[in-house]
Design a protein. Structure first.
Length: 559
């Protein structure tokens, strides 16, 4: 298509693309890429980039590559490669046959480096990393030229060949671009192009003992693949002059780099390095811990791909960094789950109730709507009997004002069932309440009393004879501060109460055969997802998000 007409609002990236198409730039092509480094699991910040790059390609009838920028074998792993593929597919995107790796281009990148040397634009340096840092200067002081900067082309070619052949140790030599040690942009002060690493690569094995630097590799990989719009986050804006320099010196296809603000989310860290430290130090159970902002963690928690894509669309793209309130993400998730999750009853802290005037041994099948937001979800049958469980918090022996649930002598409605009235409270030797004795009104099966009397409280419940045991994992935010690490070590801001495991929970029999990944709304409790730890012998649920919507309240106050 000549122009993207599907969006009423055009962000600045799409506006640039529209202008490019109007003038026939790139022969009318739109070709983007998502270029992760396989050195960790993707998080929700990467999800924003995935949605943007694949989304733009789809909107403009173009293409989007999945390319791994795998230039550092020490930190990379096939595990991360596989997880990235799974996450991108789960979000609803596909790269077809366009799965590429920077390592696919190692031979060509080596040739490019040789070309720079022959053109007098690169040299082999013997300075140590520490010396290079000292020579580089500061933001206010220019750098100094290396004493090895003026080696001859022949000497540099010889040394670079010997670097490739494994003659030198790690850090003994480095290939640097010859640009400008007085540049106001530190990235332009003779940056490294190749370094020595005697390490096996997950794809090329031991073929190489020198590896290209990220800045050199990234822009040239884009060029090799014919990318038209190289979309990246703002921290690479200062690197753009370097990318341009490499592409111009080598006289190759020159993609247009466009920077946008990365996603910053309150109460969340977006650093793979820091996330990895949480995993290694056992602060979480793994990359897919439901408290983690990783895509696999969010998936295990019960987030839907639709909610994450909706979140990415809602926040849009901007040129300036800002922090998005996590309540917005939860609001969008809640709205999505409300439409798709079946309602069920689950009692997380059970208190036994005996309905004394209900016939012993009798079981009724009561009708319940699965999802009032989705008629196609139909109805289900819920067993009701003389003995049931209710939430312990739904009873008070001495109720405070505005407590409208069950109390001695008080009547409440059971969801989908009858009115019951508390007649007696049974306690153990320690004075703890262990059982309630109640009566029910058979004439209130419809949920209303025939004499018109009203009750203010409605409780969820589960029949004791039919209840299924379950473990429920309740989650709070992983960090207790909005900006973890702002005042020191981010580890100090970990929330010690971010996980509460509830054993002995009771759920209705509908959930007996629930499969990992399935989401439900536990009435009056929130949304929950069957965890991957769940088995037929032991049901395990993760709390996805509560019913309270703080973002809706924020928006309501604004209005």
């Amino acid at each position: 298509m000549a122009e993207n007409e599907n969006k009423a609002y055009k962000d600045f990236i799409r506006t640039i693309i529209d202008e490019d198409l109007k003038i026939g730039k790139n022969d009318g092509r739109v070709h983007t890429r998502f270029p992760p480094e396989p050195n960790g699991y993707l998080h929700i910040g990467h999800a924003k980039s995935i949605c943007l790059n694949f989304g733009i390609a789809e909107e403009y009838g173009g293409l989007c590559n999945l390319r791994y920028d795998d230039t550092n074998p020490v930190k990379e792993d096939v595990e991360y490669v596989d997880s990235i593929k799974e996450d991108v597919r789960w979000l609803g995107f596909d790269w077809d046959d366009r799965e590429f790796y920077a390592s696919d281009y190692f031979d060509k990148l080596y040739d490019y480096a040789v070309q720079l040397i022959k053109d007098g634009k690169a040299y082999v340096d013997d300075l140590s990393q520490e010396e290079i840092r000292e020579y580089r200067g500061t933001l206010t002081e220019p750098g100094k030229e290396s004493p090895y900067r003026n080696r001859t082309v022949e000497e540099n070619l010889d040394l670079f060949t010997r670097m490739r052949d494994g003659e030198f140790k790690d850090g003994e030599k480095v290939l640097r671009a010859k640009i400008d040690m007085t540049s106001g942009n530190i990235n332009m002060r003779d940056p490294a192009v190749y370094r020595i690493k005697h390490a096996s690569h997950h794809r090329t094995g031991d073929k190489w003992c020198i590896y290209p630097m990220y800045d050199f590799t990234h822009c040239l990989s884009d060029s090799i693949e014919g990318i038209t719009h190289s979309i990246c986050t703002l921290e690479f804006e200062d690197h753009r002059p370097l990318y341009d320099w490499f592409l111009e010196q080598l006289r190759v296809h020159h993609p247009q780099q466009i920077e946008f603000a990365r996603l910053n989310l309150s109460y969340t860290i977006m650093s793979k390095r820091k996330l990895l430290s949480l995993v290694k130090e056992g602060k979480v159970s793994g990359w897919d811990d439901p408290r983690m902002p990783t895509i696999c963690g969010l998936r295990r928690r019960g987030y839907t791909p639709e909610s994450i894509r909706g979140f990415a669309e809602r926040i849009g793209v901007a040129k300036r960094d800002s922090v998005v309130d996590i309540a917005l993400l939860e609001h969008i998730l809640r709205d999505d789950l409300n439409k798709r999750a079946d309602r069920v009853m689950a009692v997380l802290n059970p208190l036994k109730v005996v309905i004394e005037n209900y016939p012993e041994g009798e079981v009724e099948e009561l009708n319940a709507i699965n999802n009032p937001e989705d008629e196609s979800a139909g109805m289900r049958k819920i067993p009701f009997s003389r003995e049931i469980f209710i939430e312990r918090d739904d009873f008070r022996e001495d109720p405070p004002k505005k407590f409208f649930r069950l109390a001695p002598g008080r009547e409440v409605r059971l969801k989908h069932a009858y009115f019951i009235k508390c007649e007696d409270v049974i306690k153990d030797d320690n004075g703890e309440i262990v059982e309630l004795r109640c009566t029910y009104d058979p004439a209130t099966k419809s949920g209303e009393a025939s004499d018109g009397r009203k009750v203010k409280g409605t409780l969820h419940w589960v029949s004791t004879a039919h209840a299924i045991d379950a473990e429920v994992r309740m989650y709070d935010r992983l960090f207790k501060t909005e900006n973890p690490g702002a005042n020191g070590d981010f580890m100090d801001d970990l929330n010690p109460d971010s996980l509460d495991v509830l054993a002995g929970c009771k759920v209705e029999p509908k959930l007996t055969h629930a499969n990992p990944g399935e989401s439900f709304q536990f009435l009056r409790k929130g949304y929950f997802c069957v965890d991957t730890d769940s088995t037929p012998e032991k049901l395990v649920f993760n709390q996805t998000v509560g019913l309270r919507d703080s973002w809706a309240k924020i928006e309501g106050k604004k209005k």
